[in-house]
Design a protein. Structure first.
Length: 330
């Protein structure tokens, strides 16, 4: 089967470690796992971190990349793959299992013609979503849902600032925030991305670091050092910065004085639960909102797609497909 694997790691040149190759199906790693024939798999910054040597120990190479997939199970049912793997028997929020892992960290990921997952990690795919749209949900849309509605506990009418408007999680937060009745403000370094953010649902767009007209209830933060100070300054007293990423660096000045003096909340989140994955799909179906897909390419074009992701010239998700082009799928 065709796979996209990390075969080497380089912090400066992550793309040098990507290999597209046919390999034998490894079969189930443990009892109770089932194969999913992948129809579409979205790329995430997580794939670049793995190629840089962050979060994926070198002794696990080669490793099939990918944390997002939609495909068919052995009974031919259309499914989404929940990429958070908790310990068998774990009860409750699986992201809080100390031993949890994501697909492509310990077990082969989704950038392949077939991926094996625990049967409990399958979620029925709604027919209203295309394969490409469905493939965006398990990482970026799940994470954005968790940040907005669980970590920041936002309600309709509240104002959220989304940093780094073009990113996969950021565009998901714009789409979901707008659909939920939030007032959505964004920042981006790039004028074209700010314009695109307005098209997909943002109410206002600002240059990165620009002073805002008023303070916000919450910030969705995935950029890290480059925007952290602005995120804290943007919050009203008692506001929440919901953080799930640190693309530009993970060690900004903490500004503890501001955090305690203004009673700010800093809440971290990684991915979400299977229940939240079900909920985000239901929300999209109910509201008619849809994931922002920047481009759809064949699985074999993964190196070019990863190069685009690394270059940052993307608004929304890059999706790889197996078989028929996903845009034509129901
Ligand atoms: N914890 C989790 O579960 C989870 C889940 C998904 C993602 N993440 C993390 O969240 C981050 C974003 O992931 P993603 O997949 O959404 O990535 P992505 O699509 O590659 O996001 C790129 C965005 O980051 C912004 N950015 C990057 N460097 C910047 C800088 N120096 N200054 C300002 N903005 C910068 C850019 O915004 P503009 O160009 O618009 O300014 C760009 O649009 C990654 O670090 C990823 O690992 C975590």
């Amino acid at each position: 089967m065709m796979t996209v694997r990390a075969t080497a790691q380089d912090a400066r040149d992550p793309l040098s470690g990507v290999t597209v190759a046919d390999v034998a199906d490894p079969g189930p790693p443990e009892a109770g796992w089932v194969p999913v024939d992948v129809r579409a798999a979205a790329l995430n910054h997580h794939d670049l971190w793995s190629l840089r040597g962050v979060g994926l120990p070198a002794d696990r190479l080669p490793m099939v990349l990918g944390t997002d997939a939609a495909g068919t199970d052995p009974d031919g049912r259309a499914v989404l793959v929940h990429a958070v793997l908790s310990t068998p028997g774990w009860e409750g929020d699986e992201t809080l299992d100390p031993a949890r892992t994501l697909l492509s960290e310990r077990y082969p990921g989704t950038l392949a013609e077939r991926v094996w997952v625990p049967a409990r990690n399958l979620v029925p795919k709604h027919p209203d979503l295309t394969w490409a749209e469905a493939a965006c949900l398990p990482t970026a849309y799940l994470t954005a849902y968790r940040l907005l509605f669980t970590a920041a506990a936002l309600r309709p009418g509240r104002t959220v600032l989304v940093q780094g408007a073009g990113g996969g999680v950021a565009t998901a937060a714009i789409v979901l925030g707008r659909a939920a009745g939030l007032r959505v403000w964004v920042t981006s370094r790039d004028e074209a991305k700010r314009a695109r953010a307005l098209e997909i649902g943002a109410h206002a767009a600002f240059a990165t670091g620009e002073r805002l007209p008023e303070q916000v209830d919450a910030v969705v933060e995935t950029v890290g050092e480059a925007t952290w100070g602005h995120s804290l300054r943007a919050l009203r007293p008692g506001g929440t910065v919901a953080v799930a990423g640190a693309t530009s660096g993970a060690m900004p000045p903490a500004d503890l004085n501001r955090i305690f003096f203004r009673s700010l909340r800093v809440v971290g989140a990684t991915m979400g639960t299977r229940d939240e994955l079900v909920a985000v799909q239901e929300m999209l179906v109910a509201t008619g909102a849809r994931p922002v897909v920047d481009d759809v390419l064949p699985l074999s074009a993964a190196p070019q797609a990863l190069a685009r992701l690394a270059g940052g010239d993307v608004v929304g998700k890059l999706v790889l497909t197996v078989g028929a082009p996903a845009r034509r799928e129901p």
